[in-house]
Design a protein around this ligand. Structure first.
Ligand SMILES: [Cu+2]
Length: 195
């Protein structure tokens, strides 16, 4: 009993590793978010590479409830070679940190600041998830599970883009197959709920 209770409590708090991450992002259907220090990372997602390509773009909604600025300085995952943070939407060819002013919300979205994921080593299945680590200058590191959206998705969990992608790839519109308890699928159940 004690074990089970500990287990649940742990699962409801911050992510500290892959094993816990499996459970930490479940719960209410809308809770696709992660806390680290004064920061909250909401709906992390990425545009999957177009067919034959090996780079993707990462986005999220970043909240800083703290009294001091912070910066997203790096993104890591075993699944890609490197990431470049493009924090200045006016100079997207430059690699600059994504700056989070105090008491602010910053939405990374297509056309603005983003993180380029390069040299992707694994096929990223649209509709599933990618585990990654975000590195903030002050708040430190947090493990997240980013939703893998279609290459032309306009926002996180873009169901229309997903449907187009599925049609173009000969899949029905029922979403990814019910993998037997596959963690990535469970992470993004809320996406399926929206249909
Ligand atoms: Cu989400």
């Amino acid at each position: 009993m004690l074990k089970r209770r500990d287990f649940l409590l742990t699962g409801g708090t911050l992510l500290t590793g892959t094993a816990l991450g499996l459970f930490a992002s479940r719960g209410p259907a809308s809770a696709h978010e992660y806390d680290v220090g004064h920061l909250k990372v909401e709906h992390p997602w990425l545009r999957a590479p177009v067919d034959g390509d090996n780079k993707a773009q990462f986005y999220a909604i970043l909240h800083n409830s703290g009294a001091t600025p912070d910066k997203l300085i790096a993104v890591k995952s075993e699944k890609f070679g490197k990431a470049e943070v493009h924090g200045d939407a006016k100079k997207l060819d430059l690699i600059t940190p994504i700056v989070l002013p105090p008491k602010s919300t910053l939405t990374l979205a297509p056309g603005g600041a983003y993180v380029a994921l390069l040299d992707i080593k694994k096929h990223l299945e649209v509709g599933w998830g990618l585990e990654m680590t975000l590195v903030f200058e002050k708040a430190g590191e947090v493990e997240i599970d980013a939703a893998i959206d279609a290459p032309d998705a306009a926002h996180a969990h873009d169901a229309e883009a997903m449907e187009r992608w599925q049609k173009a790839h000969g899949q029905d519109s029922a979403g990814p197959k019910e993998g037997a308890g596959h963690q990535d699928h469970e992470h993004h159940e809320h996406h399926m709920d929206k249909k």
